[in-house]
Design a protein around this ligand. Structure first.
Ligand code: DAT
Ligand code: MG
Length: 150
């Protein structure tokens, strides 16, 4: 089953939107695999966002992600990566589809509330970076057969 890393970033935590994000992912039918509320260190933030090093927004991005705690989660389901990216909306909130989280709750790219893995490969890498194998819960829901075709 495809897995993706989701972060409710510091602005989402400060604004009391953890529950909103979780509710939308649950409602979509995705299955929660792991969750932890944590303060990210600068070093860890630099590892997570290594791909953006050297970009003009990099320093601001690092200070943003370590400015308050984050809620880190792993969600799974068929096409979980694409489904979660769609539920979050485009990186720039003013380009995010109506009904998406970034559209409904955000205005600025530097305060866009959430992170979600952008490819299946990066999903696997990010899940492994943020969570130990034993923190990932393998479980089934009674409702799974009504949400997942296979
Ligand atoms: P996403 O978070 O949608 O995967 P990304 O990986 O391209 O977007 O960038 C990571 C984060 O960096 C993004 O959520 C917000 C910030 N960011 C991206 N582009 C930016 C820009 N042009 N100006 C300011 N912040 C930016
Ligand atoms: Mg990204």
């Amino acid at each position: 089953m495809e897995r993706t890393l989701v972060l409710v970033k510091p602005d989402g935590v400060q604004r009391g939107l953890i529950g909103e994000v979780i509710a939308r992912l649950e409602r979509r039918g995705l299955r929660l695999v792991a969750a932890k509320f944590m303060q990210v260190s600068r070093e860890f933030a630099e590892t997570h966002y290594a791909i953006h090093k050297g970009k003009p927004f990099y320093d601001g991005l690092i200070s943003y992600i370590i400015s308050a705690p984050v809620m880190a989660m792993v969600w799974e389901g068929p096409n979980a990566v694409a489904a979660v990216r769609q539920t979050m909306g485009a990186t720039r909130p003013t380009e995010a589809a109506p009904g998406s989280i970034r559209h409904d709750f955000a205005l600025e790219v530097g305060r866009n509330l959430t992170h979600a893995s952008d490819t299946v490969e990066n999903g696997e890498k990010e899940v492994a970076l943020w969570f130990k194998q034993e923190e990932l819960v393998d479980w089934k829901r009674e409702v799974d057969r009504w949400v997942f075709e296979k």
